[in-house]
Design a protein around this ligand. Sequence first.
Ligand SMILES: Cc1cc2nc3c(=O)[nH]c(=O)nc-3n(C[C@H](O)[C@H](O)[C@H](O)COP(=O)(O)OP(=O)(O)OC[C@H]3O[C@@H](n4cnc5c(N)ncnc54)[C@H](O)[C@@H]3O)c2cc1C
Length: 398
Amino acid sequence: MVQTADVAVIGGGVVGLALADAWLARNPGSSVVVLEKEDALAEHASGRNSGVLHAGFYYAPDSLKARLTRQGNALLREFCAERGVEVRETGKVVVTQSDDELPALRELYRRGEANGVHLEMVDEAQLRELEPLARTHGSALWSPTTAVASPAAVVEALAARVRDRGGEILLGSPVLAAGPGFIKTARDGRRSVGHIINAAGLHADTVAHWFGVGEEYRMLPFKGLYWYGSWEPGRLKRHVYPVPDPRNPFLGVHLTVTVDGRAKIGPTAIPALWREDYGGVGGFSIGETWDIARIYPSFLRSPHHDVPGLVRTEMPKYSRTHLVRQAQPLVPSVRPSDFTTKGRPGVRAQLLNIVDRKLEMDFVVRPGERSTHVLNAVSPAWTSSLAVAEHVVAGIEA
Ligand SMILES: Cc1cc2nc3c(=O)[nH]c(=O)nc-3n(C[C@H](O)[C@H](O)[C@H](O)COP(=O)(O)OP(=O)(O)OC[C@H]3O[C@@H](n4cnc5c(N)ncnc54)[C@H](O)[C@@H]3O)c2cc1C
């Protein structure tokens, strides 16, 4: 078997491309191949997300998410400037729906301070200046470094930089099997590689298990639905978010502004029935549905999360009217009749630890034999991708 690449990256999403890019930046002249199963880039989470450049204040100060999101926000801005990708400086406000949420809002502010993220506490009058459409009770949080860009434009620009640096991106190349030192694709059969990096998103657990890595994890996908507003571009100026429920890793229904100024409501966190459950039967796998169905009875009794509450609040969000109404406490002028254009849904590659029945909150990077596995690349891994890549590549070289 001839060695055909020094490094093979499984998955051509934003994380896989960032990893190839970071490897080539540190090791110019080495051979790097990215294997992507789809015929086009950005077919999964990297092209189906809100495009919000998060600031990094939600996460526990000792987490990878806290460090890599703050760094990733800065790196992604630099990258967009270098490659001419537009970034819209929306900022973001986090608003309360009752006085009861004020302690949680203050806790978010403290987290921001601990994570080195600039935030301001503002009162109702200041909020009206920042975003006249938003409402809060007493105080709100203002994050000036949150922004937005087109997720697909970032992926395309990153792919171009990988190619400019000499990397190869093979589309339509599903990896069927892999192990220490080899990968097998339908197109090229078995080929030997020096080091394999697993960035397979919704399938990252399966790939890791081929190497005996992360066996305590199972993918528990959650579907994110969106609805676009018919408002004229620029009517909503800032992203408007609620205070999140700390027991679940999702941020709650929010309003975001797209890079071209449109208002968008979502995403939901509806339990998905298979990994690529975007609607219809595309990507349906009876095996995946069976695996997910087997996990739910014990997950429902998890002591760490309010799973019955999550299911009860998320399932009705299949109804557009219901979902849009969830945004009214944040922005009272929102009307279901104004939000009727469906966005491209996304599925979150959320991992469940089946031993302690806990949803993994942080990014997870695990070494394996001649391999490295990026697991749980959930939100905000699009923002953090360039920083995640630097962190992972430095770890491989150490
Ligand atoms: C609804 C939603 C909203 C989000 N909003 C935001 C946001 O606003 N800001 C933010 O920072 N993050 C956001 N995220 C998170 C962000 O989208 C992800 O963290 C990020 O895209 C993960 O990138 P990835 O490369 O790991 O995954 P993916 O984009 O899923 O890429 C993985 C790739 O691997 C390929 N693949 C899988 N298996 C194989 C195989 N066997 N062989 C070859 N290829 C394979 C897949 O086809 C896929 O293209 C959101 C996510 C969702 C779902």
